[in-house]
Design a protein around this ligand. Structure first.
Ligand SMILES: C[S@@+](CC[C@H](N)C(=O)[O-])C[C@H]1O[C@@H](n2cnc3c(N)ncnc32)[C@H](O)[C@@H]1O
Length: 231
């Protein structure tokens, strides 16, 4: 997979994308991530990328020209990937990111992520350039950089070969509309608190039954909505 991220704050990405599993995934060529400074696509002599909203009102709006130019340039440089390219705008007005949506997006060969700022982006970008709008939740952040990193992280760990043990994906929260069962590690007793005896039994069938029961119990307690509508 190739991910291109268009942003006015390119320096925000390195500390997150160059660590841990995401770093290793790039090293193993499972994903290539390119960060692009939107200002490089502004033809304005001051590299301006925003302007006042027509009709008045608070704040500034991101101009359409640099964003169209950035996306069109990237698409022309990656023509071989185009049928599998998706242009995504990070916006609180988008479809909420879920594990199901992440799985769908992880099938694309190429994603172009647009990070908004200020009051948002000229509507023509949304209507004529963007294929999908994604929100990371019902709250408003200052910019699309953190949402782009959240989305990239969530998709990359789904790519085949990225996680050491592919079972990690099969038995985690949101699979089969359940939250994951409780996890324990050594010591078997800590401050007088013992690990459930089923997990120490060495009996795989017993462990599996216990985990299923616990996953269902905690989903009912914490997220009963998952059982009703799926995730
Ligand atoms: C301050 S927000 C703009 C919010 C906009 N005025 C509105 O009410 O919908 C600036 C940028 O942050 C990003 N952003 C903020 N919250 C987000 C969220 N929950 N999910 C995805 N992107 C978000 C978007 O890229 C957005 O263009």
């Amino acid at each position: 997979m190739r991910i291109d991220i268009i942003t006015i704050f390119p320096k925000m990405f390195a500390p997150v994308l160059n660590e841990s599993i995401i770093k290793r995934a790039q090293g193993k060529r499972k994903v290539q991530i390119y960060i692009h400074n939107l200002r490089d696509y502004s033809t304005d002599k001051h590299k301006k990328i925003d302007d006042r909203p027509f009709g008045g009102g608070a704040g500034m709006v991101m101009r359409p020209e640099p964003i169209f130019s950035a996306v069109e340039t990237l698409k022309s440089k990656t023509k071989d990937l185009i049928p599998k390219t998706k242009v995504i705008l990070l916006t609180p007005q988008g479809k909420t990111l879920t594990q199901r949506l992440a799985k769908k997006l992880s099938k694309y060969k190429h994603l172009i992520l647009i990070c908004g700022h200020y009051e948002g982006i000229d509507e023509r970008v949304r209507r004529y350039l963007v294929d999908e709008e994604v929100s990371i939740g019902d709250y408003v952040l200052t910019g699309g950089e953190l949402p782009a990193m959240v989305l990239a992280d969530c998709l990359i760990r789904l790519l085949p070969g990225v996680l050491g043990d592919k079972n990690s994906l099969n038995f985690e929260s949101f699979e089969g509309n359940l939250l994951e069962y409780p996890q324990y590690t050594r010591p078997a007793e800590f401050k007088g608190l013992p690990v459930p005896k089923e997990l120490l039994s060495g009996n795989h069938k017993k462990i599996e039954i216990w985990r299923k029961k616990e996953a269902l119990k905690r989903t009912k307690q914490k997220r009963p909505d998952l059982l009703k509508k799926g995730c």
